[in-house]
Design a protein around this ligand. Structure first.
Ligand code: SF4
Ligand code: SF4
Length: 91
């Protein structure tokens, strides 16, 4: 499955180099045209077999910015994933 970057993203760059499968692109390469960073759901593996938790969300300074995507989006699912739309990292 995948995670999703929401519109409270501040384009700070912190997540970009953390992704082990290069699923994240910056606002210039966002295929939706939105001025925020973007996760390719067909590439994101929810960091399974790479990290204990999604590295992008762990690196993100914007609380609640990176959320779990809908079930069925992407191919790999973390056993620890939350409901779609809920923050990956909750304080
Ligand atoms: S959860 Fe992991 S694989 Fe998915 S975009 Fe974030 S860093 Fe990349
Ligand atoms: S770390 Fe968070 S706020 Fe920064 S670019 Fe990535 S998603 Fe946006």
């Amino acid at each position: 499955m995948a995670v999703k970057i929401t519109d409270i993203c501040i384009s700070c760059d912190a997540c970009l180099d953390e992704c082990p499968v290069e699923a994240i692109v910056d606002n210039d390469e966002n295929p939706t045209g939105e001025d925020i960073y973007y996760v390719y759901s067909d590439k994101c593996v929810e960091c399974v077999d790479h990290h204990d938790s999604p590295a992008c969300a762990d690196a993100c300074p914007t609380e609640g910015c990176i959320v779990w995507d809908e079930p069925g989006v992407g191919s790999v699912e973390s056993p620890d994933r939350g409901q779609a739309g809920t923050p990956v990292v909750e304080d």
